[in-house]
Every structure is written in structure tokens, then in C-alpha cells.
Design a protein. Sequence first.
Length: 606
Amino acid sequence: MDPSSLSNPQECKVTSLNLVLSVNFEKSQLQGYVEVASQIVKEGTESLILDTNQLEISHCNDVTSNPINFKLSEEHKVFGKALIISIPEGLRSVGKEFIVRVYYNTTVDSNALQWLTKDQTAGKLHPYLFSQCQAIHARSLVPCQDSPSNKVKYQAEITVPKPLTALMSALSTGKTESTDSSVFTFTQEIPIPTYLIAIVVGDLESRVIGPRSKVWSEPSMVAAAEYEFANTEKFIAVGEDLLTPYVWGRYDILLLPPSFPYGGMENPLLTFVTPTLLAGDRSLEGVVAHEIAHSWCGNLVTNKYWSEFFLNEGFTVFVERKILGRLYGEEMFDFEAMNGLKHLHDDVDLFTHKHQEELTALIPNLNGIDPDDAFSSVPYEKGFNLLCYLQSLVGVADFEAWLKSYISKFSYQSIVATQMKDYFIEYFTEKGKSEQISVVNWNDWFNKPGMPIEQVVFVSPAAKVAKDLAEITWIKDQGVNATKDDIKSFKTQQIILFLDTLIHSTSEKPLSVDVLEKMDSLYGFTDVVNSEYKFRWQTLCLHSGLKRIEPKVVEFLISQGRMKFVRPLYRELNKVNPELAKSTFNKYKSQYHIIASKMVAKDLGL
């Protein structure tokens, strides 16, 4: 049983969804029905149980329009309401198919959906809708078995007002037009967990960026996106070489409005990305490599429960860094690993400070907990470090061979960590390496809170140069011998590591305002475009009490809604100017996605 779902796939399993919906921007609603096909897997099952949250259910019919009895459970504050649909007596045997149409509409409180007015878009001409279903928000888009343990095919027929375009995480199969509306049709023939169902409706334009890829965005941003993501095909090709053939057909990218709360979301056929990646120099394209890696890790081989999220994210970070290493030099793998360890340390410290250390276990107990509340770098970076440790025991070539075999074996399935562990042991026992892998303390890796129990040593000369500049030139010598040429030849990752090192190494004893002013006069960090630099520089300045940075922090906070940036910046601003932090959030919170707004409110104690 999935503790994050109220549904019953272990008794009656949904196999496909067919969505027929109209998009109503005036009411901020999707209206229509979903046809749910399911199969009985337990003899005598009397009900199909679906997850819903903030949906209005009108009625249920069978395929011949006969009414079917249903009821809604009491509302659970985290997981919503169970929609309990009666299965006719003749269809309660194992293997029988049960098809029901559920007529419904979403509401303004359906937190999978963000509705933007035309003034909140780049073009200012048309409204915009986008979804974000991970982790447990698909149930506020469509009645479904909203658990990664169950995968479904889906089709859709979406009616939108002209001249808008609809896209989904599915293959576009047609478009028909009438006087004032267009109907777009889609099909997704590869079964996916419901958190990967996605929709966007807006004034969208596309440019071709590869043999199987387009980038989509509002017209004013499409040229910048075309340039920024030009290396997409290279990433896919390396992923195929490392793992297995890419099975999804197309790989398109959607550049979203600034309120999108994540860096990227791996919706099949249509990765969603934040405009904070538009650095102008392709320096932040690693996020695309990450989302492409999800085409195998997460989208094909899926964590069965959200408590085992590292099976999605730890593997994806590992593959992402393998892709970047193969394209830009193997040192990139270690460099990114070193940066990741710093982020992991931050999150372990944060959860420990909040007395939630149990959420730093690789497999935390999420019973009764919204997976969003446990979101952190732990499954990403601690999961990645587990895989690096295993690789160190068996060797790079053999580990990469196992990884390819692992993806082949478990594709199209939802699995638990013990299946991964057992297959690792089985594979390397057959290869004669049982002695090398006997040292793995799986129980502690999976269940012990805190930093990884074994630390792989990552080596990067480029990282040493960046750390020495921070620790010796600036922290020890206070920038006396610094020059503007110090970072002239630095790659993006070196500048990020330089700023991260300054933040971590001065947390107890901040740099003086005079030192930061000198650094800014040499390196010009206050006015950078790159969002990763801007976020770190502003964090560093807030630590040191550089008051002039506060308006710049507010400007950045209200210009985008990416949680990676807004949550820690609001927390830091709240430490030095709580009145400004709270007033800024209260004034602009309606601009943020509902997930981001909820999390920032918790961070600020509101």
C-alpha cells in the first residue's frame, strides 16, 4: 500500500485514462470528463477507488451512459478525498475490465494547476495555464490512482480558446478548429505514473533544436531558448550510449513563465524548464542533461513509493553527471559531485536544526506526510553518493555495465530499493565480485539519517583553484592581492564553487562589508544575469549585513518563483530584515505557484 495515496490499485488497477476537457480561463477551470479503464486484480473487489483533491465530481456513468453509484470519503488534509465507485456485480472477477466515465471540473484550489492572467505572461496578450503534478498533485487535475506504484496509458482531447496552443506529456495526434476554439488531441502509449501527466495552454511558438526536439515558449523568449538548449541532442545521444535506446520518440522542451517552481520537470516528450536557465551562454544547460537522464531513471524505472525517491533522483543525478563528464571531460563529474555534497550538507543541517533529522535518511518514513514537505537534496545527492560508493567497489566499467543492465531489467516497472539492492548483489556475485561488495552496509545507507556513511573522495584541480581563491585570497588574506583577472578563465561551475565556499566557510564569521564591496568592484557580482551566481552572491551579502543588497534581493524574489532560489533567500532575508521578508512575500505571494507559496509561508512561520 502506498501511504501517499487513498486509491486501491492492489485490488482494481487503472490501466488507462482518456481525458476530454475544456479549458475555461474565465473560471480558471478544466471542465469535462475522464474515462477510466481498470482491471480487477483481487477477486470480489466491489469498488474502484481513485484519488481526488479539490475537484468537483458531478456524476459517473458506464460506457452506455447508465449511472454508476459513487461516493466521496471524508477529506484528508494532505491526501484529499477518495472517490469510491461501485463496480457492477458481474465485473468483480479477476481479469474483468471495468470502464467508468467520471464527469468533473477542477477548482481554483486544484493545486496541480497554475492559471496566469495575461499580465503575468511575457507577451501580456493571452492567459496561460500549466500543470505541476509531482509528487501527489495529479489528483487535483484528474481523478486517478495517484501513486507511482501504478502506471497508466493516457489519451486526451483538450478544447482551448483561439489562438492558444495546448501541449501535453504525450504525442500530439491532431488539431481541429471551429470559430472560436481549437481541439488538440494527444496519446501516450507508454504507461507512466500519474505524476508525469502534464498540460500547458498558452500563446506558444516552437523552434527546431534537433532531429527529435523542439523548444516551445512564448514568442518573445523562443529565440533565447533555441540558443540556450542547442546541445539537447548531444545529451540524448550520450544517454543512449550510457544506458539503452531512447524509447519516447520526441524530446521537446517547454520554457515556462518565471513562476514555475522547479528548475525542470521531466514530463515525457515535453520537459518543463524554468526561464532562470537563460544565462545567455548555455552555462546552466546541465539541468536539461538532468531532465534527459530522467527519460530512463524515473520515467522508465520508477520509485514505487515516494519514500524511495532516490531511485528516481539519485540515479538521475548520477547519469546526468556521467553525461556531462563524457561531453566536457571526466573532471566535470567530480567537480559537480563536490558541489552537490555542499548542498547535501546544507539540507542535512537545515532538517537537523528543524528537528526533522529523520527526513535525511535515504528512505524516510513519509506516513501521513506530504512528500513536498520532505523535498530536499537528500534523495538526489545522498542517492548519488551511494551509487558512487558502489562504483568505487566494483570499478567504473563494470558499474556502468550493471547500470545499463539495471535499466533494461526494470524498465516500465515501479520498484523498491530492495529490488535494486538484490539485483546489484546478484549481478556482481555472478561476476565473481561478492567479496568486494560484501562490505556494503545497506541498512545504514538506506535508513541512517545524516550525511553518507561512506565518503568517496572526489578530485578536481579546477575545484582546488576555486576553493583556494575563496579560502586563501579572500577569507585568509581579505582580498588584499585579488585582481579582476582572478575569475576571468573560470568556468561556471568554478564560480559557483567559489561562492559556495565563501558562504560555507564564513557562516560563523562573515566577511566584512568592506571586503564584499571590494569583491564586487573587481568581479561585478551584483549585476550578473546568471541566476545561480546572483542567488549565491545575494546570500553571501545578506550573511554579511550588506544593506544595499536588500532591494536587489527583493527584485530577484519577485522576478521568478523557482523554489531553489526563493525559499533560501526568503529565509536569509527573514534573518536580517523580517519585516521586509514578510511584507514582500505577502504582497507578491499570488505570483508564486501554490506549492512554492505554501513552502515559503512555512519557512517564514506564516
